[in-house]
Design a binder for this molecule. Sequence first.
Ligand code: FES
Length: 106
Amino acid sequence: MPLITFVKPDGARLAFEMAGGDTLLRAALQHGIHEIYGDCGGACCCATCHVYLASEPAGLLPPDAMESEMLTLAAAPRRDNSRLACQIVLQNDMDELVVELPDRQV
Ligand code: FES
């Protein structure tokens, strides 16, 4: 199971393991990561699940056109490592995923 470490804007870290098959959004919501909203429920049409990947596991697909378009609407600045948590599907053989949380989603 992949180890996921969320890094909050104040530097606080929260780590847990999550089974593959779920999205990073679902993992965050299940573990009370309040900095991720996911207003559209994972339909890739709100950009309130914006995160920065501090580590990128091997095999993770890059953002597709729809995700890239939605990232232009994110409230916090877009960076090269910006992703939408709803579009990242966890895999059991993934390396540790370090996820930095932006200071705002709206
Ligand atoms: S939950 Fe809306 S874009 Fe990810």
